[in-house]
Design a protein around this ligand. Structure first.
Ligand code: APR
Ligand code: PHB
Length: 396
């Protein structure tokens, strides 16, 4: 088989890239190692920047998002038992975010790709990349015991942090930067009404907590936990009791609890691989970078990578110009590093660090408290937070 672009991974990066390229008549195949149900079962964040909303609209997938998504003009910081609202709409001159789960984004993208009849292979095994730094890039995989080969012009490595694409790059050709945080997030999904109509990020002496949602009837909650904690140690009741202790009295009092429909622990890391291009191979999304979920940037960075990469590939095929693909890595990394900085900053501001492991050093806890006090009293500081939260501008 031959295609113009072989896309590895059917997460948001791969499916969004496939949709944008298909819309411009570029022939693609998406090769995914898991089943569609497995991909959809992964619970991820759900705050979309305006740029991500625009991409979904551009590919004609805005209908359900605008019907079911929740437009938020602000969020709350919980600190010293008080809730402080950050009015992102006012501070950014009218910008908002859209609360719409990544599972829903992925579902919409999967349905659209199937409806368009675009080539997608699920449950592909032993996916391997070949000759992407040469003249004949290709991808091989096994499906139902049969070996397949896909010849292509380009390979898009959209296969996440643990994927085969970045791993296929020779060690001497890639620089990797990483910070692993000394805590994790224990998350619970429940069919209960959200405790507030906007998100609450809580800095508490017992640890960070986040109150989010998927809809007006489905909530998503997180509490900071230690890296050696285990999900099995946390009954639903223990989770709800601990969460209440980390929230302001009004939230603690009004919270509606119920059985967890998903419960998991995720580690937090900052990671960037440079560059994001190796000959005919382009990395996008989690394959190239990971951010701690505090700033809800993971999905939005995947979308901005795909915005730049699709722009470059369309320019290559339609205008016969390599300028966009040649600029891809630098353009994406400029935005990636700003989001990595913001996600690190927000994480180090809102979490409790073990003594002597604070990101801000030995006196980090005192500096953290001073920074929150300053932030809550400064329009300039709150505006900087709001600008980053809604998403920095996409270079055209
Ligand atoms: N071959 C084929 N597919 C693979 C391989 C492989 N060797 N390795 C991984 N995959 C698939 C995974 O099963 C997954 O479906 O690639 C996909 C990668 O999807 P994500 O990990 O979701 O990464 P991405 O599409 O970049 O989306 C980033 O997802 O994980 C969240 O927080 C992250 O919100 C961010 C978003
Ligand atoms: C979520 O709803 O899962 C979520 C929201 C905001 C974040 C992180 C996670 O910053």
């Amino acid at each position: 088989m031959r295609v113009q672009v072989a896309i590895i991974g059917a997460g948001p990066s791969g499916l969004l890239l496939g949709a944008l390229l298909h819309q411009s008549g570029i022939d693609t195949i998406v090769i995914e190692q898991r089943s569609p149900d497995y991909v959809l079962s992964r619970i991820r964040a759900g705050v979309l920047e305006q740029g991500t909303v625009n991409l979904m609209d551009r590919i004609g997938l805005g209908k359900r998002m605008h019907a079911e998504g929740l437009v938020h003009g602000g969020f709350n910081l919980g600190y010293r038992n008080t809730r402080h609202r950050i009015d992102i709409n006012k501070l950014t001159g009218g910008k908002n975010v859209m609360v719409y789960g990544q599972t829903e984004v992925t579902h919409d993208l999967m349905d659209a790709r199937a409806a368009a009849g675009a080539k997608t292979v699920y449950e592909a095994e032993n996916v391997q990349l070949h000759d992407f730094d040469g003249a004949s890039p290709r991808v091989t995989y096994t499906k139902d015991g049969v070996q397949h080969e896909v010849q292509c012009d380009f390979i898009a490595g959209c296969d996440g942090y643990h994927g085969a694409s970045r791993a296929a790059v020779p060690a001497g050709s890639i620089r990797q930067h990483e910070r692993v945080y000394p805590f994790g997030w224990l998350g619970v999904l429940s069919d209960t009404p959200p405790v507030a109509h906007e998100l609450i990020y809580s800095n508490h002496e017992r640890g960070f907590a986040l109150c989010s949602m998927r809809s007006k009837t489905r909530s998503r909650y997180y509490i900071q936990c230690s890296l050696d904690d285990k999900v099995e140690r946390w009954s639903d009741q223990a989770f709800w009791d601990e969460l209440r202790l980390r929230l302001d009295p009004e939230a603690a009092e009004s919270m509606v609890t119920g059985p967890s429909i998903e419960k998991s622990i995720a580690p937090l890391r900052s990671f960037v691989a440079e560059p994001m291009r190796f000959g005919k191979l382009f990395l996008a999304g989690d394959a190239a970078h990971i951010v701690p979920p505090t700033g809800a940037k993971g999905l939005n960075l995947a979308a901005s990578d795909v915005h730049y990469l699709s722009h470059g590939l369309i320019e290559y095929y339609q205008d016969k110009s390599p300028a966009g693909i040649n600029a891809y890595s630098d353009r994406s990394l400029r935005r990636v590093w700003k989001a990595v900085r913001f996600s690190w900053w927000f994480t180090s501001l809102m979490h409790r660090f073990p003594p002597h492991e604070h990101d801000r050093g030995e006196i980090g806890q005192k500096i953290q408290e001073a920074e929150i006090d300053y932030l809550l009293g400064s329009t300039a500081a709150s505006t900087a937070l709001a600008e980053n939260y809604v998403g920095l501008p996409l270079e055209v």
